[in-house]
Design a protein around this ligand. Structure first.
Ligand SMILES: [Zn+2]
Length: 299
């Protein structure tokens, strides 16, 4: 368990139970180091905190190997069936991680999920466009707005097995923050800036106590694409089991696409866009079941 918890800060005043998760995917180290640096900064400078902050690591085994997951994507397993699974024959490495991580979260929230805020930090394989994915409730969408970067609603209604949707369903404020490309140098700093924005928005820390607060804010503002901020999901391309999927080269997050544009090939057959919109999370890595997402501006 000692590796699971990066750190915990207990505030002197009342506030939210804030849980920062990173490394849910083992090849996303920037989130882990970004969270560590912010926590260490708050501790070292004895910054006044309201509520509690707990930073948790996600998939420890996969983080050790710098791979997305070992047997199964840990962020597609947040169902009661998997969490309460007692079938020893189900030989999935990530079940152990899921049980540990979910019980760590349960031990923090103690059933009072309404007061819990869960931020799950990720990075992605394509080149640009930081963004957030709030769970489907108003308080999560409000928090997403605080970052002043693009955010995409309703993604979680199709990604039901994610941690944020699981806890939002219990009443938590929850979102995913996608901080940049996995191995880009800037990703860690983007994630650190996002943490400060969130802690300020949640009245956990006072921005006047964060020396570089305006720089962090400006950093996210300048990294956000010069596009409208608010989008919703319109399509997910799910790759059929065992099929060979090849995304066409060069797509980046939020890139405009047209109906009937060839986006990818699955078993050598072209995959055409079903509508006009923008592309999100095009798959340029081997592991993953979703080839790409199509989003549209929220109206
Ligand atoms: Zn991820």
């Amino acid at each position: 368990m000692e590796n699971r918890i990066i750190a915990k800060i207990e505030g002197e005043k009342k506030g939210y139970e804030i849980i920062l998760i990173s490394g849910m995917h083992g090849n996303e180290m920037a989130g882990v180091t970004g969270v560590e640096k912010v926590i260490n900064f708050i501790k070292k400078n004895k910054i006044s905190v309201s509520g509690n902050i707990t930073a948790l690591r996600g998939n420890l085994g996969a983080l050790n190997k710098d791979i997305r997951y070992i047997d199964m994507d840990l962020n597609r397993m947040w169902t009661n069936e998997y969490i309460n699974n007692t079938d020893k024959k189900l030989n999935i490495y990530e079940l152990k991680e899921l049980k540990e991580l979910s019980s760590a979260i349960d031990n923090i929230c103690l059933g009072n999920f309404n007061n819990c805020v869960i931020i799950d930090f990720h990075s992605f394989s394509s080149q640009s466009g930081i963004f957030t994915i709030p769970a489907n409730n108003q308080k999560s969408i409000k928090l997403a707005e605080a970052f002043q970067v693009q955010f995409v609603e309703k993604l979680t209604s199709d990604l039901k097995e994610t941690a944020i949707q699981y806890y939002a369903f219990k009443g938590a404020t929850a979102l995913v923050f996608e901080g940049g490309q996995h191995y880009a140098e800037e990703t860690e700093g983007n994630i650190m800036a996002a943490i400060y924005m969130a802690l300020n928005h949640l009245k956990c820390v006072d921005k006047n106590d964060i020396p570089e607060f305006e720089n962090h804010k400006e950093r996210l503002r300048s990294k956000a694409l010069k596009l409208p901020k608010h989008y919703e999901l319109s399509y997910i391309h799910r790759i059929k089991n065992g099929n060979d999927f090849k995304m066409n080269q060069g797509y980046i997050n939020f890139q405009e696409i047209k109906k009937d544009e060839i986006l990818a090939y699955e078993n050598q057959k072209p995959i055409l866009s079903e509508c006009n919109g923008r592309i999100l999370m095009p798959l340029y890595q081997k592991k993953g079941n979703n080839g790409f997402y199509v989003i549209q501006e929220f109206k």
